[in-house]
Design a protein around this ligand. Sequence first.
Ligand SMILES: Cc1cc2nc3c(=O)[nH]c(=O)nc-3n(C[C@H](O)[C@H](O)[C@H](O)COP(=O)(O)OP(=O)(O)OC[C@H]3O[C@@H](n4cnc5c(N)ncnc54)[C@H](O)[C@@H]3O)c2cc1C
Length: 411
Amino acid sequence: MNSGTGPASRHPVLVVGAGPAGLSAALALRAAGLPAVVLDKRVQDTVRPGSRAAYLHGASLRELELVSPGLGHEIAGRGLMWSTKRSFWAGREIYARTYPPLHREGLPPFTSLPQVQTEDLMATACEKQGVEFHWGVEVASAHSGPDGVRLVDSSGKEWQAEYVIAADGSRSPLRSAIGSPLEGPRSRNTFVVVDLDDDPAHPLPIERVFHYHHPGAGGRNVLIVPFAGGWRVDLNLLVNDDPEQYISPEGLRRWIPRVMPESYGERVRWVSTYRFAQQVAATFTDTHRRVLLTGEASHLFAPFGARGMNSSIPDAVRAVRAVGAALSAQGPAEAQAEIVRFADERKEAAVYNRACASAALEHMLAERRSVRLRRRAAAAVASAGLKAGAWLDAAPYGPKLVQRGAARTSY
Ligand SMILES: Cc1cc2nc3c(=O)[nH]c(=O)nc-3n(C[C@H](O)[C@H](O)[C@H](O)COP(=O)(O)OP(=O)(O)OC[C@H]3O[C@@H](n4cnc5c(N)ncnc54)[C@H](O)[C@@H]3O)c2cc1C
């Protein structure tokens, strides 16, 4: 079955999905001297609706710079960095810190820009490096066997590969095909995420601000994060809130001017609601060790701490390293061992990341009395004790990233 034009050609590796994970995999394949063929169900140049990643860690910039020299710097150059962060408790400032300007050469510790722009820069780098894209190709089924993988797209065309890097996002048909369910809970609360365009008539200081119990938002938590060209406002709804009241045009005009200058109520670029999943796939590869799950095909985290896209990039780079090693292995046992090593390592990283994002989510929601008491006690002494304020400022992002060396990269 190959559109009636003869047998399907066999690729050493196919990438399914052209989001951050798939684009990273494609760049890493080219950097390793391997052909990169990417299938994506989207029509070329369609902008995906909704607000997604803004915050890229320095480790991700370095990883991208390695697979595509210049790309990390280009993304950093388009993004924005803030040097001041603040936290408030019921309208009272409890913590502020301003870092001195960076004078060192090299990539910055982070950058902030809309995910669509990061993806555009990655896609342009892919094109320069000879990545072959097939847009409008929706993988409908996948069968793996001891010798490789056979994909069939929605037009009935067949694609064959020795290995498939699955970067097909949260609903991953490839994850379903290999029978690897997502395991883990989903938050009960809804979060409203709004991207606002900058208002040049009312410029704001470039600061990341977190509000516990914002008085203008009826005591709900509000996180305000700048990115190049705008502001991300994240409103933490209560369990019984009706999200519609907050995302309708009237709703937005009601609450946004209470947490931002008034004119920003008219500058909404995107608005989305989320109940965040905290899930990891049972296994990151199939029984034949031919399909490698990466990015949201293998894990879903709440975005606090920015671990989604930031861990999808190393997932993809490690998947390519494993495929490269498997393709040049001495025999099937060695090849399989390379893929299993990838699957174990990245599952361990995903479980760690989920734990960090869960800690952040638990702190934000404060459903347990002990968490509520600890937060309240810290807020009471925060003005006098810098440590308590620093903890309240940092806790909504989960534990700091830990990199325990290449074998256990945990972001
Ligand atoms: C509100 C919000 C804020 C976030 N903030 C951050 C942040 O600041 N930092 C961070 O690191 N992460 C953040 N994330 C997470 C980040 O957006 C995701 O982790 C990232 O997009 C995952 O990339 P991916 O390539 O795995 O999947 P996706 O981006 O979903 O890409 C999947 C691709 O696969 C294609 N596809 C799907 N099915 C098929 C099929 N059957 N056949 C062919 N193609 C297919 C899709 O068209 C798509 O192009 C945030 C997420 C949300 C929702």
